[in-house]
Structure formats: structure tokens, C-alpha cells
Ligand binder design. Structure first.
Ligand code: IMP
Length: 428
């Protein structure tokens, strides 16, 4: 194959800054593809002082001449996608070609409703803390083989038949279990049909588009949403999302043979954050956590929820390196750590009995471990103007080298501020 495939994955619980890393790499590729997740994701990219937040569109949409692909593994909130396209058109930035897989599933209004109802039923102790975007219920229908796919929105008979079957069941849930009013067929049908008509020009064979691009010698970038620790199989189950953000998910979620994957780059924030419930061994619950949240602007791009913050967890990062087969790391938000006297980094987990423990993606286990920290020296300098590794203060360079040493993976990019140019490139 003449073209090259690169996969960008999150190594933590999402919000690592993948959008900006994809943005930094986009000029080296012709195709940018998403392979999983839906409008639960939120990629923020700053370009020429303007802020763009994408929930469904690949970040590559900001580049003219690119092809952006939404693969079969994505679940599509059609209204959200159409709004994002309209926003780009209005700002004169709709310069890329978009191809949406006909096999991608559609998030229907009842999915969102059921997502919220189920969270309410779980109660505050057992809830997952989902984004209420209907992600879990939509993937449930996909697995249950009753979901509505994008291609169904284009065929009136198929849409009628599938929607009426689904509504019959969903309305039973809504009325009998949750005591809600049933949803009306007519309104949802009209809405879904109109989505289909508007999305029609973009619907195509996503897998073939990618394959033909590679054959022509074009490079393809896969943009993961969420992160490794939110992966349905490999994350902190059950506090996970319902898709496969790990690198292997790109093959299934876009119709790509594994032998075609060239390089996997993991994105890691200089500290850890998490939105929603679930274990977080290095979480800072007191003032320090608040300081990190304020300095890092750690509020969800999708829900606006404050993110839980904590020190970098190298045990979990090494696990992410293994699960994804990561070749290179991109370290983001290093500038946020400026001003701390010391920066603890978690290098191990210990049991109550003082026994050293290897990583296990099990929530009960992770809730019980005691992190072992190594104190790294802090630095005072604002890193925003650094453009070269040598511009960084010595303790910041040591921080980078320590991560490389511990993971055995080179860091190829360092983010030192929110703007596109506040990036140190170290061998992308
Ligand atoms: P869901 O994906 O909405 O079902 O939510 C499941 C879990 O994944 C919750 O803890 C969410 O907060 C989390 N989650 C989903 N998408 C993102 C994301 O893009 N960034 C960070 N966390 C996310």
C-alpha cells in the first residue's frame, strides 16, 4: 500500500487534547477519519484565535482539500452533525469533503431519553455519569441488531419498518418502567426522514474511501474519541463508554485491515482528569485538585461538568501503551503544571498490606489501590512561549524524559498552551 495509516488515541479518560494533536498532524495527511463514539466527544481546536468545538465532525474539517470520514463504528446524532456543518458553512470553513458511512448507527430521540432515564434509575451511587447523549442505548440497539443505520434514513420503507418496531419496544420501556409518556411515531419519522435528506450528499462507503486513498498514496489519520480507560472492554468497566476507543477499534470501526496500520500515537495530558463516575487512583479531592481544574480549564466540552483532576498515573499510561501498541506519545498541557513546587507522578500501585501491584482494568481493584508517587521537581516559568525542547526549564525537560523512560516510548510533541502554535515538535 502506498499510503500510510496513523492512529491517534487517548491514553487516559478522554479530554487529553487529541483534537489539537490531530490538528498539528493534519497537514501530513489527506484523510482524517473517526471510528467510534458519537456526540459524547468534544474536540476543541483554536485556529487564528477562533474556537471550534466538534462533537461529531473530525477535526480535519478545518483544512481545505482534506477528506473527512465518519466510519461505521460512530453513532451519529444527526441534528448535532448538521448543526456543526451549518456552523462551518456560516464561518466559511467548510472546505473539506465529508464521507459518512451508511453503516453508522443513528442516535434516535428515544436513545437520549432512555440514557437519562437509566441513569436516574441507577441513582447517585451506581450511576455511570454518562453525557446523556444516548450513546449506550444506541450501541445497545446496534448489538441487538435492531438499530437504525444512516442508510436506513434514505429508504422510506426501511425507516418506517425499523422505527415502528423500535418505538413499540422503547415506548414499553418508557411507559411501563419509567412512567413516562410514549413517543409519537409521526414526529420522529418526519425528523429522521428530513435528516436523511440533508445527510444524503455525504453518505458513502467509508471503508472503500479510505482504502482507495491509501492505494493512491494518500496518508490517513484516525482520530480516536474518548480514551483507553473509557474503552468498553479495556477501560474501568462499568464506568466506561459503549465503544472501543483503543487503536484496535479503528480497524473495526472504519473497515480497515490491521496490517495497514503504520503508527499509533497516544495522547497523554501532563496530569490526569476524568468526567463522570468511576475509579481514579491519583485523584486530588481537595484544594490541589481545584487548582489544577482552574489552571487547566478542566470543564467538559460536551456537558460543561467540572472534570475531576489528579496527578499523572504512569501505571495506567504503561497499560495504555501496551493495549494500543503505542509507538509515540504526544504530551499536552505541560504549561498547566507551571508553578507547583513539586509534581508527584504515580509510578506504582500498592495494596493495604504494602504489596506492589500491577495494573488491572478492574474498578474494584483500582478503587482499593494506594498510589506510590515519585516527587518531580516543579518549575515557575510560564511555558507558553517555548517552541523548542531546549527552551523548556530543566525540571520540565526532566518531567518529559521521565515519562519517556518509564513508558519506553518517545514523546514527539509537547503542548505548552491552547493555541495551534504553542506546540513543541520533537520528531513527529
Ligand atoms: P457516555 O459515553 O455518554 O455513555 O458516558 C460514559 C462515560 O464516558 C461517562 O463517564 C462520561 O463522562 C465519559 N465520556 C464520554 N465521552 C467522553 C469524552 O469525550 N471525554 C471524557 N469523558 C467522556
Amino acid at each position: 500500500m502506498k499510503g500510510r495509516v496513523e492512529i491517534i488515541v487517548g491514553t487516559q479518560w478522554g479530554d487529553e487534547g487529541k483534537g489539537r494533536v490531530v490538528d498539528a498532524m493534519a497537514h501530513t495527511v489527506d484523510v482524517v477519519a473517526r471510528y467510534q463514539g458519537g456526540a459524547n466527544a468534544g474536540h476543541t481546536v483554536m485556529v487564528e484565535g477562533e474556537k471550534y468545538v466538534f462533537h461529531l465532525l473530525p477535526s480535519g474539517m478545518l483544512y481545505s482539500g482534506k477528506t473527512c470520514v465518519i466510519g461505521n463504528g460512530v453513532v451519529i446524532d444527526s441534528q448535532q452533525l448538521l448543526d456543526e456543518l451549518t456552523d462551518l458553512q456560516e464561518r466559511g470553513k467548510d472546505r473539506a469533503r465529508l464521507v459518512i458511512s451508511g453503516a453508522a448507527h443513528v442516535v434516535m430521540p428515544y436513545h437520549k431519553k432512555l440514557d437519562s432515564m437509566e441513569e436516574r434509575l441507577r441513582g447517585s451511587r451506581k450511576k455511570i455519569g454518562t453525557t446523556h447523549r444516548g450513546i449506550g442505548p444506541c450501541y445497545m440497539d446496534k448489538v441487538n441488531r435492531c438499530g437504525i443505520r444512516v442508510e436506513d434514513l434514505l429508504c422510506e420503507d426501511a425507516l418506517r419498518e425499523k422505527l415502528s418496531f423500535n418505538l413499540e419496544i422503547k415506548n414499553m420501556y418508557l411507559t411501563r418502567i419509567y412512567g413516562e409518556e410514549p413517543l409519537a411515531f409521526g414526529e420522529i419519522f418526519e425528523q429522521a426522514w428530513s435528516w436523511g435528506q440533508r445527510l444524503k450528499p455525504y453518505v458513502g462507503d467509508a471503508s472503500l474511501t479510505i482504502f482507495e486513498a491509501l492505494e493512491r498514496g494518500s496518508n490517513v489519520l484516525f482520530e480516536g474519541a474518548q480514551g483507553t480507560l473509557l474503552d468498553l472492554d479495556h477501560g474501568t468497566y462499568p464506568f466506561v463508554t459503549s465503544s472501543s476507543p483503543v487503536a484496535g477499534g479503528a480497524c473495526v470501526g472504519a473497515g480497515l485491515g490491521p496490517s495497514l496500520v503504520g503508527r499509533v500515537t497516544g495522547v497523554v495530558k501532563a496530569y490526569n482528569t476524568r468526567v463522570g463516575e468511576g475509579p481514579f487512583p491519583t485523584e486530588l479531592k481537595e484544594e490541589l485538585g481545584e487548582t489544577l481544574r482552574e489552571r487547566g480549564g478542566e470543564f467538559g466540552a460536551t456537558t460543561g461538568r467540572p472534570r475531576r483532576c489528579g496527578w499523572l498515573d504512569l501505571v495506567a499510561l504503561k497499560y495504555a501503551v501496551r493495549i494500543n501498541g503505542i509507538h509515540a506519545l504526544a504530551l499536552t498541557k505541560l504549561d498547566v503544571l507551571s508553578g507547583f513546587e513539586a509534581i508527584p507522578v504515580c509510578t506504582g500501585y500498592r495494596s493495604d498490606e504494602g504489596e506492589d501491584l500491577p495494573y488491572k482494568g478492574n474498578s474494584v481493584f483500582l478503587d482499593s489501590v494506594e498510589p506510590v508517587y515519585r516527587n518531580m521537581e516543579g518549575w515557575k516559568m510560564d511555558l507558553g512561549a517555548c517552541r523548542d525542547f531546549q527552551d523548556l526549564p530543566r525540571p520540565a525537560r526532566d518531567y518529559i524524559r521521565f515519562i519517556e523512560e518509564q513508558t519506553g516510548v518517545p514523546i514527539v510533541l509537547v503542548g505548552v498552551g491552547p493555541s495551534r502554535d504553542q506546540t513543541i515538535v520533537m520528531g513527529l
